[in-house]
Design a protein around this ligand. Structure first.
Ligand SMILES: [Zn+2]
Length: 313
């Protein structure tokens, strides 16, 4: 039973009758969309921050992977660990992405990625990455739970938690960054699966208490427009600033693989970005409300993306 049936002329009484005519016929309403619980996302963020800094080779990074796996399983999803070795300026490091798939109503459906990174940068004392690494991870866990609970959608989804986004050197240079995304995107290309990915949506630094997403200019223009229109539609156009700038991030390897991608990022964290990559990237400078707003944005944008967004158009 859908709301469309009602609009197409079924009377209210016919709907009532249909709703009560036997087991399994459901409610006379369209199935509700995913209901995001921002308090739940905030609890994840508190748990991640409590683990302490999560740089490569740390026990906290492994504890983070285990936390992701446990929470995805608790949401009824099947977590997959994608372990790999990264060759870095500080030696070969064992890393692992974690992901889970939500099947579509049609098993042959194309896939959309919702992604984030969960590691923190090496060598910064007290840097727990509440916003940088923590916020996207916390929100994506809650999005995965809410979307799984709401049931299959028109397209398949992969919730991808990326390891090794941060550079091991002080400066962001060459290929010393985005280790997890490069690994995953290259495997997609190699297997031929990349051609079946409709879009890649990255969440990064979305927890800033004073939130303002910019227009990231490497990102697919149509996706940038689609997400801005979705923000306006839910009455939160202020979620985006007028600023536009290119930022290298985990969407890069997916763009390189020919997949339309967008980086939803706030890169003005504190005055002149002063909290970024410092011990000031803390819970105190993030908010549950910011997570709620970005979660609402993503959920508002997805139906349009599923309906209107086609590759090569
Ligand atoms: Zn960072």
């Amino acid at each position: 039973m859908t709301r469309t049936a009602f609009l197409h002329g079924l009377s209210f009484f016919a709907l009532l009758a249909a709703a009560s005519s036997g087991p399994g016929c459901g409610r006379p309403e369209a199935a509700p969309g995913p209901a995001l619980d921002a308090a739940n996302a905030w609890k994840h963020l508190e748990a991640l921050v409590a683990l302490g800094p999560r740089p490569p080779k740390s026990p906290a990074l492994e504890a983070t992977r285990a936390y992701l796996e446990a929470e995805l399983a608790r949401a009824g999803l099947t977590p997959v660990r994608e372990a790999f070795e990264a060759s870095t300026p500080v030696g070969t490091i064992a890393l692992a992405n974690v992901y889970a798939d939500l099947a579509a109503t049609n098993p042959a459906a194309e896939r959309v990625y919702l992604a984030t990174h969960f590691d923190t940068k090496l060598g910064i004392d007290g840097f727990v990455g509440a916003n940088d690494g923590g916020s996207g991870t916390a929100l994506l866990l809650e999005l995965a739970r809410a979307m799984k609970a709401a049931g299959p959608r028109e397209l398949a989804y992969r919730f991808l938690f990326l390891d090794g986004e941060e550079a091991t050197r002080a400066q962001w240079q060459g290929e010393d960054n985005c280790y997890g995304s490069r690994h995953h995107a290259r495997a997609l290309v190699k297997s031929g699966e990349a051609a079946r990915v409709r879009a890649f949506v990255l969440l990064d630094m979305v927890g800033d208490r004073e939130l303002g997403l910019l227009r990231e200019t490497w990102s697919d223009r149509r996706l940038n427009d689609l997400f801005r229109a979705a923000a306006a539609r839910i009455g939160d156009a202020a979620l985006f600033t007028n600023e536009a700038q290119p930022i290298e991030d985990d969407h890069g390897p997916f763009l390189d693989a020919g997949i339309p991608s967008i980086d939803l990022i706030d890169f003005e964290y504190g005055p002149a970005n002063a909290y970024w990559h410092t011990r000031d990237d803390s819970l105190a400078h993030c908010s549950q409300e910011s997570l709620r707003r970005v979660g609402a944005l993503v959920l508002a944008a997805l139906p349009t993306l599923e309906r209107e967004f086609r590759r090569g158009r």
